[in-house]
Design a protein around this ligand. Structure first.
Ligand code: ASP
Length: 439
């Protein structure tokens, strides 16, 4: 029988009621044999995620030498869940060990990982599935880099002998048993890694929304849900801020073409969004764009110099300056005499002056300036490479709204047009682009 790997996010693990619902979903389908979970997330908007509280514990230990108060809240949270579930689990003993080890290992990653660990212990008990510690099967190097190939073999051989298992998401361990974590939201990646290793035919990622929307519902009224999208489209949208799924989740499943299905724990009847390796001809012809996503907080380093494009090594010299100051950039549209480098503010902050001075020195531009307050909007869809005129629809929509385009870049795959606009125009621009492609 084929295997489905299921991953449940923080809201799905937030309290006993949600966890019962999770158990119900898993039991409905015998193919759902391997379960990956996040730490308990928020129960209501002002609530705290357990992972955030665990980072706070680490911080408390560094500053005050102890974290009694914050850990007390975490203890209450887990005890409450176990009491409400009425399962026979001595959660106090687990919490005692966790608390002690947090002092012993004294690492932010170890502390942060304990939410997933305890969450998995609880759901394994509820389901009667085997608990398999991620520390033993998700391998990291001592430098904290994830070792995908060795992990793949180890997970495959370990789980081959276990019919049903729960594995905590977000972390793993190195050869000396030190715990390392993925970046935030990384349980999505853990689920994908396990799906690949067990040869799953489906990776279900259960969250608290009905899948991807074609635009941010806080900006566009009732945007269309996306029933299906490709791995590539997902990468572009997720990277640009559509944060339903960790953008790195597709790498493991892409190797074996395993589709990812985003589902809603609190509305299991909805089909959600299916993410597949490729869309078929009909699907491609049905829509021009798949979705719009965007991010605020960018600056443009704008450089002008006559005959720039015939000056050998010009771009390399400019980029070497950024490398020297450890600044990574995101886009680099160039013209004959101009180039723009789009850089997140978080990368450039505090280094503006030195960067300008250095670039002046190495390439002697006719003009150089930094334009800040920029937002990027990505309009994504394979359909665009099939339909001539998509760029003009987009540009026309912005022109009609009198929104000035400060930068435009069409990804080489022709499935992504990125525009840079003033942040004050951000919401209006998204609405205008969305509307233009609805007809
Ligand atoms: N709990 C971790 C976080 O809040 C990882 C995850 O939920 O995927 O980032």
């Amino acid at each position: 029988m084929s295997i489905t790997v299921v991953k449940f996010g923080g809201t799905s693990m937030a309290d006993a009621k949600a966890i019962r619902q999770v158990a119900e979903i898993i039991k409905q389908d015998k193919k759902r044999r391997y379960v990956v979970v996040s730490a308990p997330g928020k129960r209501f908007s002002q609530d705290h995620k357990v992972t955030d509280m665990l980072y706070a514990c680490y911080h408390d230990i560094q500053i005050n030498g102890e974290c009694k108060n914050t850990f007390g809240k975490i203890r209450e949270r887990f005890k409450g869940i176990v009491d409400d579930l009425a399962i026979e689990l001595d959660i106090d003993s687990y919490l005692d060990v966790v608390e002690k080890e947090m002092y012993k290992f004294n690492s932010a990653e170890f502390c942060a990982s304990r939410g997933e660990y305890l969450s998995a212990v609880i759901i394994a008990k509820v389901l009667g599935y085997t608990f398999v510690d991620a520390k033993d099967i998700m391998l990291f190097t001592e430098n904290g880099e994830f070792d995908a190939e060795r992990t793949n073999e180890l997970v495959a051989s370990t789980l081959a002998n276990i019919q049903t298992a729960v594995v905590p998401g977000f972390y793993g361990g190195d050869e000396s048993g030190i715990v390392h974590t993925f970046s935030r939201g990384g349980s999505d990646v853990s689920g994908a890694v396990i799906a690949r290793a067990v040869g799953a035919s489906l990776y279900e990622n259960w969250t608290d929304v009905n899948g991807f929307m074609s635009a941010d519902p806080r900006i566009v009224d009732e945007p269309k849900p996306i029933a299906k999208l490709s791995y590539k489209e997902l990468r572009e949208l997720a990277y640009m801020g559509a944060n339903v799924l960790h953008p790195e989740s597709i790498f493991p499943v892409r190797v074996s073409n395993i589709p990812i299905n985003i589902r809603n724990t609190f509305c299991p009847s909805a089909d959600g969004t299916m993410i597949v390796s490729e869309l078929n001809e009909q699907e491609l012809s049905e829509r021009v764009i798949t979705g719009i996503a965007g991010k605020k907080g960018y600056s443009i380093v704008y450089i002008e110099k006559s005959m720039m494009n015939s000056e050998l090594g010009f771009v390399r010299k400019v980029l070497a300056v950024l490398e020297y100051y450890n600044i990574s950039f995101e886009h680099l549209p160039t013209g004959i005499d101009t180039m723009s480098i789009i850089i997140p503010d978080s990368e450039l902050a505090g280094k503006e002056e030195v960067v300008i001075e250095r670039i002046k020195k190495v390439v002697a531009p006719d003009h150089i300036e930094i334009k800040s307050g920029i937002s990027l909007i990505a309009t994504v869809g394979h359909g665009m490479s099939y339909k001539p005129g998509s760029a003009s629809t987009l540009i026309g929509a912005l022109a009609k709204e009198k929104i000035n385009i400060r930068m435009i870049d069409q990804g080489s795959s022709e499935m992504n047009i990125i525009v840079g606009i003033a942040t004050s125009d951000y919401e209006r621009a998204i609405r205008a682009i969305y509307k233009a492609f609805q007809n």
